[in-house]
Design a protein around this ligand. Structure first.
Ligand SMILES: *[C@@H]1O[C@H](CO)[C@@H](O)[C@H](O)[C@H]1NC(C)=O
Ligand SMILES: *[C@@H]1O[C@H](CO)[C@@H](O)[C@H](O)[C@H]1NC(C)=O
Ligand SMILES: *[C@@H]1O[C@H](CO)[C@@H](O)[C@H](O)[C@H]1NC(C)=O
Ligand SMILES: *[C@@H]1O[C@H](CO)[C@@H](O)[C@H](O)[C@H]1NC(C)=O
Ligand SMILES: *[C@@H]1O[C@H](CO)[C@@H](O)[C@H](O)[C@H]1NC(C)=O
Ligand SMILES: *[C@@H]1O[C@H](CO)[C@@H](O)[C@H](O)[C@H]1NC(C)=O
Ligand SMILES: *[C@@H]1O[C@H](CO)[C@@H](O)[C@H](O)[C@H]1NC(C)=O
Length: 392
């Protein structure tokens, strides 16, 4: 999971820097302890600016059950709980507020307009709090922001377009909030490494501009996107490792272009309205470890090449209408692969659908190229293209 490790590395880097700065001032980076203690008493202009922002923030925090912000008093902001200072990138001689980590603090409040004064922030982690309202437009001033984690809060309104203008952002985590409306296509021209927007109230189809993304992880799960997965997803081949589209109201046939995503390790399209076959092209995804297509209306034969994938660990295809599977699929258990094939139309397997249900489903065969793809997406609405060759 590249983005997690990258993010942890950055956090550790910042923590290391700041903890040595905090706890061992005389012995550490700054041999001139006079300068250091002086800076604590008389912070530089940038720390003063941060002080103004943090005091304004504290004023719009109305519940802080663990008293995290109780020491947010006075100009020595680097001593505040949850704050990390580091040498400025443009002037290593001065300390600036480079990180704020209030994860799991259960704080309730807003983000004030003064947030824009925290222009040295590289990292902002507010996971699992009760922040509400919208992101102030002044957020656009956080030009060094690299990681933004606002997950599990109560932010509302349309997708916060102000994040689209942050030039340094790599890691965007907005999951478990109440953002609604369309996913902006600009999100995919941002050079992000990780996009987590699951568990919001986003609507509108996955834009075909997703092709511009460089992300290794994309999680849209539990939103009401509708439409098809656009074939342009193939353009993410050189970066995408995890694609999670669980319960996104996806329809149409699963585009064979997913077979171009040769770095993919996790593909989860479960709990949608997909029809038609599992594309044979998936058999080319040699790194694939987790494949979940359960709880759709897919049909046809499970291709042997998928069951034979060399790194497959978990293949879940229950609650569909698959009618048969090829040889190597009968051998999954002996290869240590976890699978779930319940509630299909597989002859002689346990826990299958009734003959009546299966006959009804197969009475009207699916033609992927005829299938009306809801919304503007065209995922299954074009004829299947030639299968990609197996990448190595
Ligand atoms: C320490 O800092 C003070 C004040 O900035 C300066 O006058 C002094 O020369 C410095 N000493 C050393 C050893 O760098
Ligand atoms: C926070 O501070 C209040 C008032 O000083 C106190 O009653 C409460 O016990 C403190 N809570 C924690 C978790 O320390
Ligand atoms: C943006 O940051 C600069 C300093 O980097 C500061 O002078 C300015 O006031 C900030 N603007 C806003 C709107 O906060
Ligand atoms: C997304 O695609 C639409 C048309 O398909 C185009 O007009 C728009 O400029 C694109 N946006 C971005 C951010 O690439
Ligand atoms: C799912 O998406 C379709 C459009 O693709 C829409 O008509 C339908 O209402 C959506 N389903 C739900 C439960 O919102
Ligand atoms: C396999 O995947 C399914 C769904 O993706 C999950 O519920 C299950 O716990 C997984 N099993 C194992 C053993 O990892
Ligand atoms: C099943 O697995 C065994 C051992 O892993 C192998 O020898 C055999 O050829 C496999 N059978 C099929 C049909 O793939």
């Amino acid at each position: 999971m590249a983005p997690y490790s990258a993010s942890i590395a950055l956090v550790l880097f910042l923590l290391q820097f700041t903890s040595s700065f905090h706890k061992l001032p005389a012995k550490s980076i700054h041999s001139n302890s006079t300068t250091l203690s002086h800076s604590h008493l008389d912070p530089n202009a940038r720390l003063h600016q941060a002080y103004v922002a943090l005091q304004a923030w504290k004023c719009v925090i109305y519940s802080d059950p663990s008293n995290i912000t109780s020491n947010w008093v006075g100009p020595a902001v680097c001593e505040y709980n949850g704050l990390y200072c580091a040498p400025s990138t443009d002037n290593p001689d001065i300390q600036v507020v480079a990180g704020i980590d209030l994860n799991h603090a259960d704080i309730a409040g807003f983000l004030p307009d003064e947030f824009g004064l925290l222009s040295d922030l590289a990292l902002l982690h507010l996971n699992s709090n009760r922040f509400c309202g919208i992101l102030p437009p002044t957020f656009a001033n956080l030009t060094l922001l690299y990681e933004l984690d606002l997950s599990n809060n109560r932010f509302v309104g349309p997708f916060p377009s102000v994040v689209l203008s942050l030039p340094s952002l790599k890691y965007l985590d907005l999951r478990y909030n109440e953002f609604e409306g369309p996913l902006p296509s600009e999100l995919f021209s941002m050079n992000l490494d990780a996009i987590f927007v699951n568990n919001n109230r986003l609507t509108s189809v996955i834009p075909s501009n997703i092709s511009g993304s460089t992300a290794s992880v994309i999680v849209f799960a539990n939103n009401n996107l509708g439409g098809c997965l656009p074939p342009s997803i193939a353009k993410l081949a050189d970066t995408l490792e995890e694609l999670l589209l669980i319960n996104t109201n996806l329809s149409g046939c699963l585009t064979p272009e997913v077979g171009f995503l040769y770095k993919l390790k996790v593909l989860d399209v479960s709990f949608n309205k997909l029809v038609g076959p599992i594309p044979h092209s998936i058999a080319g995804l040699t790194h694939l470890e987790q494949l979940d297509v359960a709880h759709n209306m897919m049909s046809g034969v499970i291709p042997a090449g998928i069951c034979a994938l060399p790194n497959l660990k978990n293949f879940t295809y229950s609650y569909n209408y698959f009618c048969d599977e090829e040889g190597s699929c009968q051998n999954l258990t002996s290869r240590g692969i976890v699978y779930d094939d319940r509630r299909n139309c597989l002859p002689e397997h346990k826990f299958q659908r009734s003959e009546k249900d299966c006959e009804a489903a197969y009475a009207h065969p699916i033609e992927c190229f005829d299938y009306e793809c809801a919304g503007r997406g065209t995922g299954g609405a074009i004829p299947p293209s030639p299968l990609p060759s197996v990448h190595s």
